[in-house]
Design a protein around this ligand. Structure first.
Ligand SMILES: C[S@@+](CC[C@H](N)C(=O)[O-])C[C@H]1O[C@@H](n2cnc3c(N)ncnc32)[C@H](O)[C@@H]1O
Length: 273
């Protein structure tokens, strides 16, 4: 299985180096702009003590842990993920604190829960990797109780920009990266997909994450790896990719590197049974 960030999250357990994926998640979880997006999506769930809540594709479990605090002392937060590597790290991070989530292995398209049990279900940066996002959202709608909320947070890789004077190369690289995802345009479709899953009172907002250091952008957007892959695939000439990357390094040294990605937060409510 590939260690490429655009494709490897569908099978982290089979990666040559699962730490590539763990590092990416830790980097983003610590980025101030991303923290604000995560916190807004947690607030959108409207959880109160005693609720049951699900974070699907929980990764390292940070948001499942935050949900556990919101529903304590009598509620239950569940973090579900397809990767046993991620779940092991999540359980280790949660430690032995009194308020912690329960972690469950599973596929978001076939949730191992009865219908109508969760007051709130959340998914972040996972629908971009699955073959049929609508099937996962339909499952989230099924396990949400009437009156409960389904919240999704996904990027739209068509809204990823890097400041460069090599406009044609930057455009081609962004397109190559976007098209490497199973669902690179998932962000713009979230509201429609929630409605198609039978949810109502749909709200969608866009939030951008700016990264102004090349090291951060490399950790989460794989710029050099993507350039190599685009060259190997014949999508870019070698020299053009080299000049593009060299300019990014110069700008980074001068403190003027700039990249931005738009995330969309979407919420739907289950009104009918
Ligand atoms: C980009 S990570 C995001 C993790 C976490 N939501 C976060 O915000 O840090 C995507 C996660 O989805 C998980 N995943 C991928 N396909 C899945 C599926 N079909 N069902 C459940 N989890 C899945 C991966 O193992 C990974 O932990």
């Amino acid at each position: 299985m590939s260690d490429y960030l655009a494709t490897g999250f569908t099978g982290c357990d089979r990666a040559a180096d699962p730490d590539v994926f763990v590092r990416c998640l830790r980097y983003l979880a610590a980025a101030p702009g991303m923290r604000a997006i995560k916190d807004e999506s947690l607030a959108w769930l409207g959880l109160v003590p005693g609720d049951a809540a699900l974070d699907l594709g929980c990764g390292l479990g940070g948001e499942a842990a935050a949900m556990a605090v919101r529903v304590a002392p009598s509620g239950l937060a569940v973090g579900l993920d397809a990767s046993r590597v991620m779940l092991a790290r999540a359980a280790a991070d949660a430690g032995k604190t009194a308020v912690r989530p329960v972690f469950v292995a599973g596929d978001g398209a076939y949730l191992p829960f009865a219908g109508g049990v969760f007051a709130g279900c959340r998914v972040e940066r996972t629908l971009q990797h699955v073959p049929v996002p609508g099937a996962v959202l339909a499952e989230m709608a099924r396990v949400t109780r009437p009156g409960g909320a389904v919240v999704a947070v996904e990027p739209d890789w068509g809204a990823f920009v890097v400041d460069s004077s090599h406009t044609a190369v930057a455009r081609r690289l962004a397109e190559f990266w976007c098209d490497s995802f199973r669902c690179g345009w998932i962000g713009r479709g979230l509201g429609r997909l929630l409605a198609e899953a039978g949810l109502e009172e749909i709200e969608v907002v866009g939030r951008s994450l700016t990264l102004r250091q090349l090291a951060a952008a490399e950790a989460v957007y794989s710029l050099s790896d993507t350039a190599d892959r685009a060259v190997a695939a014949g999508a870019l000439p070698q020299g053009a990719a080299g000049s593009f990357l060299a300019e990014l390094r110069r700008r980074d040294a001068a403190g003027t590197f700039f990249s931005s990605l738009t995330f969309f937060l979407a919420r739907g409510r289950k009104l009918r049974t």
